[in-house]
Ligand binder design. Structure first.
Ligand code: FE
Length: 207
C-alpha cells in the first residue's frame, strides 16, 4: 500500500506560486486518486505485490503504469518546490554542469520554460542527468517518465497538466512556469544531481 507523501511545507506556504485551493485540488484530489487507484489494483494484481513504486513504474503498462508513474511524478514534483526564500541554491557541481550543458542558468530557465510550453496537451518537463552527470531536458506526455528504457534520471520537474495550474493561472502556462522557476528547491535538485540516480520515493510513500 502506498500513501500520499508528507509535504515538506504547509499547503499555504507555496504562495505566490500556488494558493491553498490549487494545492488542495492537486495534492488531495488528483495525486491521491492515482495512489488510491494503484492501491486498488494491488489488491487483485499479484504482479504488483512486494515491489517498490519505482519497480512498478519500470515493469508495468496501461493503467498500472499510468497510476504508479503519476504517483511517483507528483511526489517528485512536490519535493522539488519550496516556499519563497527557502529553496537554497544550486550546488557548485550542478552549477558547473548547467554552464557546460546550457551556457548559463538563464539559458537553462529559458529552455526549460520553452520545453514546458511546447509539451503538447498533458505532460511533464524534466531536467535530467545521465550517470556521467550530463544534463538534458526531456518532455513527456501524460504519465510518462524519462527513466524507462534506461533513460536519464530526473533531477527537476514541472507538471504541465492543466490541473497543475488552472485554479491559479487559468490558461496562462507561461506565467505558471516562470513562477515555478522562482520557487525551485535547488537544495533538493542538487541532492538529486549528486546521486545521479532515480530517486527512491517509495520510503516517503509507504503506508
Ligand atoms: Fe498533476
Amino acid at each position: 500500500m502506498f500513501k500520499l507523501p508528507t509535504l515538506p511545507y504547509a499547503k499555504t506556504d507555496l504562495a505566490p506560486l500556488f494558493n491553498e485551493e490549487q494545492m488542495t485540488y492537486h495534492y488531495d484530489k488528483h495525486h491521491k486518486a492515482y495512489i488510491d487507484n494503484l492501491n486498488k489494483a494491488m489488491e487483485t494484481d499479484s504482479s504488483l505485490k512486494g515491489k517498490s513504486l519505482e519497480e512498478i513504474v519500470l515493469s508495468s503498462s496501461g493503467g498500472n503504469f499510468n497510476n504508479s508513474a503519476q504517483a511517483w511524478n507528483h511526489t517528485f514534483y512536490w519535493f522539488n518546490m519550496a516556499p519563497v526564500g527557502k529553496g537554497g541554491k544550486a550546488s557548485a557541481d550542478l552549477e558547473t554542469a548547467i554552464k557546460r550543458d546550457f551556457g548559463s542558468m538563464d539559458e537553462l530557465k529559458a529552455k526549460f520554460v520553452d520545453g514546458g510550453m511546447k509539451t503538447f496537451g498533458s505532460g511533464w518537463i524534466w531536467l535530467c542527468t545521465d550517470a556521467s552527470g550530463k544534463l538534458s531536458l526531456v518532455s513527456t506526455s501524460n504519465a510518462a517518465v524519462p527513466f524507462t528504457n534506461n533513460g536519464p534520471a530526473p533531477i527537476m520537474v514541472a507538471d504541465v497538466w492543466e490541473h497543475a495550474y488552472y485554479v491559479d493561472y487559468r490558461n496562462l502556462r507561461l506565467k505558471y512556469l516562470e513562477t515555478f522557476w522562482s520557487q525551485v528547491n535547488w537544495d533538493y535538485v542538487s541532492q538529486c544531481y549528486a546521486s545521479k540516480k532515480v530517486q527512491d520515493l517509495t520510503k516517503a510513500m509507504t503506508a
